[in-house]
Structures are given as structure tokens and as C-alpha cells.
Design a binder for this molecule. Structure first.
Ligand SMILES: [Mg+2]
Length: 229
């Protein structure tokens, strides 16, 4: 029996999803950034993988995920002087793409209930498209903050643009993601409803009481919130 999702009464029209850590695990991205790139750097410089890893990682950390460059493969390939390509790296690790097991069934229910589904990610568009291929059909719009708008989701401007393009008001959107600031604090600031996805819930931060109802441990938590009594 199909689960019922309540649509009327709350005015929600759109569900927006983060990608890394939300729809897919970090495995593929970690392999590309923390294995493929250091390996290529080690080969080029004739140093050990460990030395290359430490150097590459410290360079990533200097930039940090608040800056657009952090997400851009071309920036790093050029910075490290590597001749490998994105296609090569993606091909090498394609077996590591991992869509979380409950994702497709949840998307299917929401789609069948008439909600519009969109993606709102910081990842570069190539990373998004490559990893979500099996579930791409459920989404009507895919937004990469860094590729499409040259900004990270840190700015509220990003979510405002998403609403404009999707032609909805912020209060008609529910966003779900696993980054406390990018996916929870910021979308709420412009009036969206947000759910913080905490897949490793018990070992993480203590959520203050009033926010607790907006924390879920997997995407089924969304259906539980909207299921008819
Ligand atoms: Mg994420």
C-alpha cells in the first residue's frame, strides 16, 4: 500500500534536496578528491601517497568549503599542475557512486503526490549529474550553487534564486540536507521550511528542543512528517 503524503493545508509545493551526504554518500567525492587527486600528484612529483595526501589536503583546507574554488575540479588540476582529467577520475571511481537505499522510494512517493522535486547543491554540476543519473528523472530542476550562480549556499541569495526560478514562494518549499548552516540555518532565514538530515544522529550535536522536530535520520523521516494520520 502506498504511503499517503499530506499536501493540502500546509501549502508545500516543492521539495528541495542537497546531494552529497543527503541523496548520495560521500564515497565517490572522497575517492576523487582524497584518493585520485593525491595519487596523481604523488605520481607527478615522485613522492609517496601519504606525502601527496597531506599536501593536497592542506591546500584544500586553506581554501575551505565557503569558497567557490573548493568545488571546482579545474581549479585544483591546474593548481597542482596535473594532466589527469575529470573524465578520467570520474571513470576510475564510477563504481563508488552510492545512492542511499531509501532515496528512490521516497522520491517516488513525493513525485506521485504531485510535488515538484529540485536539487540544491554546492557541488559542481558535473559531480551532481554524474552521481544522480539513476534518479535524475524525478527532478525537474537541478541547481548547483557554485556552477550556476558562482556562490555557495551560504548566501541566502542562492535560495532566493531557486525560489524565483522554480516560481514558488519560500514558504512553499521544504529543503532537506546534511549541512547545519548551508542546508538548515540559511534556507530558514528566507522562510523555507528545512529539515536537517543527521544520518549518524546519536554521535552528533545535541539539537536544542525546539529544532528537534526538524531533524531526521534518513529521508523516510520526511514522509513520516507528512503522512496522513
Ligand atoms: Mg551535503
Amino acid at each position: 500500500m502506498r504511503r499517503q503524503v499530506r499536501k493540502s493545508g500546509n501549502g508545500i509545493k516543492v521539495f528541495s534536496f542537497d546531494v552529497d551526504g543527503t541523496l548520495v554518500s560521500m564515497r565517490f567525492a572522497d575517492c576523487v578528491w582524497l584518493q585520485g587527486i593525491p595519487e596523481a600528484y604523488a605520481a607527478k612529483e615522485g613522492v609517496s601517497f601519504e606525502q601527496a595526501f597531506d599536501f593536497v589536503k592542506s591546500e584544500y583546507d586553506k581554501i575551505g568549503d565557503n569558497r567557490v574554488e573548493w568545488y571546482k575540479m579545474d581549479y585544483w588540476l591546474q593548481k597542482f599542475g596535473l594532466s589527469t582529467t575529470r573524465e578520467e577520475l570520474f571513470g576510475k571511481y564510477k563504481g563508488e557512486v552510492e545512492i542511499y537505499e531509501e532515496v528512490e522510494s521516497v522520491l517516488k512517493v513525493l513525485k506521485a503526490e504531485g510535488f515538484k522535486l529540485v536539487i540544491s547543491s554546492n557541488a559542481a554540476i558535473e559531480f551532481i549529474e554524474f552521481q544522480i543519473r539513476p534518479i535524475r528523472k524525478y527532478f525537474s530542476l537541478v541547481f548547483s550553487a557554485t556552477s550556476d550562480f558562482g556562490a555557495v549556499k551560504k548566501s541566502n541569495g542562492f535560495y532566493t534564486r531557486v525560489c524565483e526560478i522554480a516560481d514558488v514562494k519560500p514558504h512553499e518549499v521544504i529543503h532537506i540536507g546534511d549541512h547545519w548552516v548551508f542546508d538548515f540555518v540559511n534556507p530558514r532565514e528566507i522562510g523555507m521550511t528545512a529539515y536537517f538530515l543527521d544520518r549518524g544522529r546519536s554521535r552528533n550535536r545535541n539539537i536544542k528542543g525546539e529544532d528537534d522536530e526538524f531533524v531526521i535520520s534518513n529521508l523516510n523521516g520526511i514522509l513520516d512528517k507528512f503522512r496522513k494520520r
